[in-house]
Design a protein around this ligand. Structure first.
Ligand SMILES: Nc1ncnc2c1ncn2[C@@H]1O[C@H](COP(=O)(O)OP(=O)(O)OP(=O)(O)O)[C@@H](O)[C@H]1O
Length: 256
């Protein structure tokens, strides 16, 4: 089967600093990839390259057989992106914002309105659909961002910490949306620090540390003797087991 996303020897430098050191990944249609790693590992940099926001990289990235550098517009139309935080146009209402985003993707007004209303209803935001978003909580804005990332019904969905600020009910809804998208054979690239959710929703987990992939497999294949959770696998593979000692030092410092 042809991979829907193919990444070869991906490298990215910021000045002298190499933040991606040769990433190789083939992702197949219908897979949910949990892309995890410590702070600063290079997750968001990978995501920004995938969605076409960062063009200045080395290596090859192709999406549905199209080279990212050569066909950036058609690649963008196949991808839906949900960021953790985005500059949302706060003076707009959700309907105005979604209409703006939908038109950028070439959807017609009627389709935008129908989809937006139905999607906002799922998140309990229908009654706020004509309210300016500068009055919205962080979670309400996040629900609008999720809706806007999926509105054009993309084949590939890239989620960068999408649960940020969401309440428990909304987290359940988003987890269900992710598994429903998989049933529709969508491919999901899911970047998060919430190990319990990644463990539950991902078919395959890719762990990146200091710009290199250090583990790639299913949750059960990554388990070693004694591991029960993805959190434990993460700690073992990234060498962060000594957290207890660090916390003591943090608290002791307050006593000085
Ligand atoms: N615009 C930039 N200029 C310079 N360095 C950057 C820039 N963006 C990111 N970096 C550096 O690149 C490295 C990788 O950052 P990146 O945001 O990809 O990490 P991450 O894995 O997403 O981290 P987090 O989990 O904290 O979000 C970090 O060392 C970061 O300081």
């Amino acid at each position: 089967m042809q991979p829907i996303i193919s990444i070869r020897e991906l490298r990215k430098n910021y000045g002298e600093k190499q933040v991606l050191k040769g990433i190789n990944l083939d992702i197949h249609p219908g897979q949910i990839i949990g892309y995890i790693g410590p702070n600063g590992a290079g997750k968001s940099t990978t995501v920004k390259i995938l969605i076409g926001l960062l063009g200045d990289f080395e290596g090859e990235v192709s999406i549905m057989g199209k080279d990212l550098r050569e066909d950036i517009l058609s690649v963008k139309s196949m991808i839906g992106y949900v960021p953790e935080n985005a500059e949302i146009y706060e003076v707009l209402t959700p309907m105005e914002y979604l209409s703006f985003i939908g038109k950028l993707y070439g959807l017609d007004d009627e389709l935008i309105e129908e989809r937006a209303m139905r999607m906002l209803q799922v998140f309990g935001l229908l009654e706020n659909k004509d309210q300016r978003m500068d009055t919205f909580s962080k979670g309400m804005r996040q629900k609008v961002l999720i809706t806007s990332g999926l509105l054009h019904n993309p084949q590939i969905v890239v989620l960068d910490e999408p649960l940020s600020g969401l309440d428990a009910n909304a987290v359940i809804i988003v987890k269900e949306i992710i598994t429903a998208l998989k049933r529709e054979n969508k491919t999901i690239f899911y970047c998060s620090h919430m190990m319990d959710v990644v463990e539950k929703v991902s078919d395959r987990i890719v762990l990146i540390d200091e710009g290199s992939i250090v583990a790639d497999g299913t949750f059960s294949s990554l388990k070693a003797h004694g591991d029960e959770t993805l959190e434990q696998i993460f700690a073992r593979l990234t060498g962060k087991q000594q957290s207890g000692a660090g916390v003591d030092e943090f608290i002791n410092a307050l006593g000085q």
